[in-house]
Design a binder for this molecule. Structure first.
Ligand code: C2G
Length: 129
């Protein structure tokens, strides 16, 4: 079984998130998503609308997603890849190059972001920022 992992906040879930999860799942047979915890989002400087448990519920409901784990540190990826026996690490290409160090442990793939949609844009368009 070819296992894929990706990481993110996934707040205000939108079709850009769905697109990358669909494409990530197509790279293997099993997709694990590491969702940033509320505390880690504070470290990332992200102010989330939905809590970790609410974002977990939403992401777990996506048919492309097989398993969800918490992301609570920038440094957990190598351990995750080893302990979960990951074959492919996927991120959107806004992160291109940032995780190349993981190539020692698994295939690293950066996928094109979906244009014109983001959690920030949603908040702006709704006049929430
Ligand atoms: N994404 C995308 N297209 C968009 C918006 C987001 O492909 N229009 C992708 C991002 O590139 C990322 C994933 O969706 O791969 C999740 O995005 P965020 O929830 O914004 O996560 P981020 O803040 O990038 O956190 O350790 C890695 C971090 O946890 C990533």
């Amino acid at each position: 079984m070819k296992k894929v992992i990706t990481y993110g906040t996934f707040d205000l879930l939108h079709y850009g998130h769905i697109n990358i999860l669909q494409k990530a799942r197509e790279l293997g047979d099993y997709l694990i998503v590491a969702i940033s915890t509320n505390d880690f989002n504070m470290i990332k400087g992200k102010n989330c609308y939905f809590s970790y448990s609410e974002r977990k519920k939403l992401v777990e409901s996506i048919k492309y997603v097989d398993y969800v784990i918490p992301e609570d540190s920038w440094d957990q990826k190598i351990n995750d890849i080893i302990t979960l026996n990951i074959d492919v690490f996927v991120m959107g290409d806004d992160w291109k190059g940032k995780f190349d160090y993981l190539e020692e442990f698994c295939k690293v793939v950066y996928l094109p972001r979906t244009p014109d949609i983001s959690t920030t844009k949603i908040k702006e368009d709704l006049g929430l920022t």
